[in-house]
Write a protein that binds this ligand. Structure first.
Ligand code: FAQ
Length: 320
């Protein structure tokens, strides 16, 4: 084992033991604590991807802000999209506590060097998609993120607590919108079903590749960054969504979906993993548009960043 010293003077072996002890005891690692390089890198990768997803994730629903069917729907949608921006900001702040630089992360996103969730590369074709995203996409996000409230890295876990509370509101507003539409006309019901058909499989893909093709899960579980595997959470999501679909009066586009009494869970079909890989590699329907919009927003906002920096510098000078 490497016995080099860190700046605190303690041998690395002792520091690693203390870190392992913190993880094994289920305690939190905080930004000033020593941590292995791999732990720091994995967290920066996951938190940055998560932050990028929240920010890019504003676009599919933002697409409908100007065409919301009523003032009430517009106010709700506006609040939700703004919440997603807030989530992105908490997450970039959590990444900064690990030494990451926020402008560098943004640069990596718009240069295509860091990922964001595959789900946001699908287009929103009807207003029912706003409801379906709330119900299924926020639903999947909650399923994945509630266990992250117990993640071993303090700032990430604490950010997740607030994020999950807000995501729960998002999920309910989506379900409420779809419930209203399902009580409407035949045309509205058909619109909801068509939307659910398009979003079901991409929602299952949000949980990541199957466990035997997930290079990061094993180590992330050992470090307590992730608390469940991708497949465990996908199964949980399927089981929780089926009664909700029944209550709503919609079906999922999967002929293999059925209750398995032995496993006390639902069996379900295999998502199209070749589609997932294509979307993650940048070849989904909306990848180019999403990044182009993000790049344009970043460039258009340059003067705001410059003004804020100049203002802060002037303030600092006046105070000294
Ligand atoms: N899309 O080894 P694993 C939201 C990548 S927030 C794209 O299994 P890991 C709120 C993965 O990064 C949604 N890439 O990786 C909202 C890795 O890439 P790398 C975002 C994916 O990290 C709602 C490679 O594949 N949520 O929705 C995806 O252990 C509505 C191998 O995968 C989070 O980020 C994917 N779906 O597990 C906002 C939650 N899946 O870097 C607006 C936190 C995997 O090795 C509107 N993140 N990849 O090249 C996590 O829990 C984990 O990072 C997983 C992936 C589970 C996503």
């Amino acid at each position: 084992m490497n016995t080099s010293h860190d700046i605190s003077g303690a041998p690395e072996e002792a520091l690693l033991q203390e870190f392992d002890h913190t993880i094994d005891a289920g305690q939190r690692v905080e930004p000033r604590d020593w941590m292995p390089d791999g732990y720091r890198k994995t967290l920066i990768r996951q938190i940055a991807q998560h932050a990028h997803s929240e920010i890019i994730g504003m676009q599919p629903e933002g697409n409908w802000l100007t065409r919301a069917p009523s003032l009430r729907r517009k106010a709700i949608l506006m609040a939700k999209v703004q919440d997603e921006a807030g989530h992105g900001l908490y997450l970039y702040s959590a990444a900064e506590t690990l030494g990451a630089d926020r402008s560098d992360l943004t640069e990596k996103l718009i240069e295509g060097k860091q990922k964001y969730s595959s789900i946001f590369n699908y287009p929103t074709l009807t207003y029912a998609d706003v409801g379906t995203i709330g119900w299924l996409v926020d639903g999947a996000a909650i399923c994945n993120q509630v266990p992250l409230c117990r993640s071993s890295f303090g700032p990430y876990a604490r950010a997740m607590i607030r994020v999950c509370k807000e995501e729960s509101f998002h999920q309910r507003q989506g379900f409420e919108l779809l419930t209203k539409m399902m009580r409407g006309t035949d045309e509205q019901r058909a619109m909801v079903q068509e939307s659910v058909n398009r979003w079901w499989w991409p929602a299952l893909m949000m949980f990541g590749p199957p466990d035997d093709e997930s290079p990061n899960t094993e180590q992330s579980m050992k470090w307590g960054i992730k608390r469940h595997t991708n497949d465990e959470l996908r199964q949980r999501f399927v089981d929780m969504s089926i009664p909700q679909a029944k209550a709503l009066g919609v079906t999922f586009p999967d002929p293999d979906l059925k209750w398995n009494a032995n496993r006390k869970s639902h069996d379900f079909g295999e998502p199209d993993w070749s589609e997932f890989l294509a979307v993650v590699k940048g070849n989904g329907t909306s990848n180019i548009e999403r990044i182009a919009n993000r790049r344009a927003a970043h460039e258009d906002g340059a003067w705001v960043r410059e003004a804020a920096m100049a203002f802060a510098a002037r303030d600092k000078k006046a105070a000294s």
